[in-house]
Design a protein around this ligand. Structure first.
Ligand code: E4P
Length: 218
C-alpha cells in the first residue's frame, strides 16, 4: 500500500519524506488555508515546493465546479510539475472533466467520494485515483472502512485500473484496516503515520536492552 501524507505543511512533508516511506502528497483548499497559503500565485508556488520535496504524485485541487472551469484550472495545474495529479470534485461536471483529462493523459483524483456508486462512476470516467473519505463517514456514524471494502470488490470484479486512495484517515488503525482491505493508497496525517511505529513493549524492551548493555559494559 502506498503512503501519502495529507497536508500542505512543508515541514511535515519533509519529515515524512526523510523517513523514506512517503510515496506522495494530497492537499485540499482547507489544508492550504490552514497553512496560510492564499492567492493563486502563492498556491501554485506551494504546489511546486511540495513537488520539489517528494518524488511522487501530488494532488492539487481545482476550485471550479463546472466542466469548462475544471478543465481550465486542471490543465494549468498539470503544467506546474510532472507529478501533479488534478483533484476533481465528485459532481457530474467533474466526471465529464475526468473523462476529458484521461483522454489527454492527465492524472486525476476524484475527491469527496462517499458512496460506491460515485466510485463506480469515477472509475468509468477513467479517474487515476478516487478518494473515499472514511473518517468523515465515521464522523456521521457510517462505516468508512466498509465503503473502502465495497469499492475494492467492485473494482476487482471488473479489473478497473482506478486506484483506491483511502482519505480522511484519522488514526493508525484506519491505516492497518485499509492495508487489510487492499486499498491501493492511504493518505493521512503525519501523526497517524508515526503512530504505526509505537508499541509499549518495543519501548520497554529497548529500555531493558540498553540498561543491560550499560551494566555489562561499565
Ligand atoms: C483527501 O484528500 C482530503 O484532503 C482529506 O483526506 C480530508 O480529510 P479530513 O476529513 O480529515 O479533512
Amino acid at each position: 500500500m502506498q503512503f501519502f501524507i495529507d497536508t500542505a505543511n512543508l515541514d511535515e512533508i519533509k519529515e515524512a519524506n526523510d523517513l523514506g516511506i512517503l510515496d506522495g502528497v494530497t492537499t485540499n483548499p482547507s489544508l492550504m488555508a490552514k497553512e496560510g497559503i492564499t492567492g493563486e500565485e502563492n498556491i501554485m508556488n506551494h504546489y511546486i515546493s511540495i513537488c520539489n520535496i517528494v518524488d511522487g504524485p501530488v494532488s492539487a485541487e481545482v476550485n471550479a465546479t463546472d466542466f469548462e472551469g475544471i478543465v481550465k484550472e486542471g490543465t494549468y495545474l498539470a503544467t506546474l510539475h510532472k507529478n501533479i495529479v488534478v483533484k476533481v470534485p465528485m459532481v457530474l461536471d467533474g466526471i465529464k472533466a475526468i473523462k476529458y483529462f484521461s483522454k489527454k493523459g492527465i492524472k486525476t483524483n476524484c475527491t469527496l467520494i462517499f458512496s460506491a456508486g460515485q466510485a463506480l462512476l469515477a472509475a468509468k470516467a477513467g479517474a487515476t485515483y478516487i478518494s473515499p473519505f472514511l473518517g468523515r463517514l465515521d464522523d456521521i456514524s457510517a462505516n468508512g472502512l466498509d465503503l473502502v471494502a465495497q469499492i475494492r470488490t467492485i473494482y476487482d470484479n471488473y479489473a478497473f485500473d482506478t486506484q483506491i486512495l483511502a482519505a480522511s484517515v484519522r488514526h493508525p488503525m484506519h491505516i492497518i484496516h485499509c492495508a487489510e482491505i487492499g486499498s491501493d493508497v492511504m493518505t493521512g496525517p503525519l501523526k497517524a503515520i508515526k503512530a504505526l511505529a509505537s508499541h509499549p513493549l518495543t519501548t520497554s524492551g529497548l529500555e531493558q536492552f540498553l540498561a543491560d548493555f550499560k551494566k555489562g559494559n561499565q
